[in-house]
Design a protein around this ligand. Structure first.
Ligand code: RP5
Length: 161
């Protein structure tokens, strides 16, 4: 999408069911996004070119989801100075621990903000992106306040009797 604020990238189409949670949340907050399959290992040139070009197109934040030896968020972070949020995905017999460590253990100087494995992480990645964007958009701050109140009411209205 032209003029997207957030880029959602994933290493394989098999990651889509997880990253959809990020896309849905961004949609709920009215944030424009571009969603792409580009792999750090399988399409390294295209992946880096996309990461390098996104800021000049008006992009602000990357959400990158990948499984196994998840290099995507780190490689993207190496090719941009925009914030990168990495979502580790459970795609191997290690249950996502491999992707979690690949995502979170970045060397100093190339930051990636790592969130939880799987759908909870994908949703939080989007919410974190909204929080970052809200720094320069007061209407998003209001939406985040409303969202928090909705969550509070949902818990308070839980009747187990
Ligand atoms: C990673 O390898 C992808 O992010 C995906 O999570 C995993 C498996 O990819 P496929 O074999 O399903 O394409 O690069």
């Amino acid at each position: 999408m032209a003029d997207a604020q957030v880029a959602i990238m994933m290493g394989s189409k098999s990651d889509l069911p997880i990253l959809e949670a990020a896309a849905e949340t961004l949609k709920e907050f009215g944030i424009s996004y571009d969603i792409k399959v580009l792999s750090a290992h399988r399409t390294p040139k295209e992946c880096c070119a996309y990461a390098e070009a996104f800021r000049s197109k008006g992009g602000k934040i990357f959400i990158c989801g990948a499984g196994v030896s998840a290099a995507l968020s780190g490689v993207v972070a190496a090719h941009t100075t925009l914030p990168v949020i990495g979502v580790p995905i459970d795609a191997s017999p290690l249950g996502g621990m491999d992707a979690l460590l690949s995502t979170v253990q970045m060397p100093p100087g190339v930051p990636v903000g790592a969130v939880a494995i799987g759908k909870p992480g994908a949703k939080n990645a989007a919410l974190l992106a909204v929080r970052i964007l809200s720094l320069s958009d007061p209407s998003l701050e209001k939406k985040l306040d409303n969202f928090r109140e909705e969550q509070r009411q949902k818990i308070l209205n839980t009747d187990l009797n």
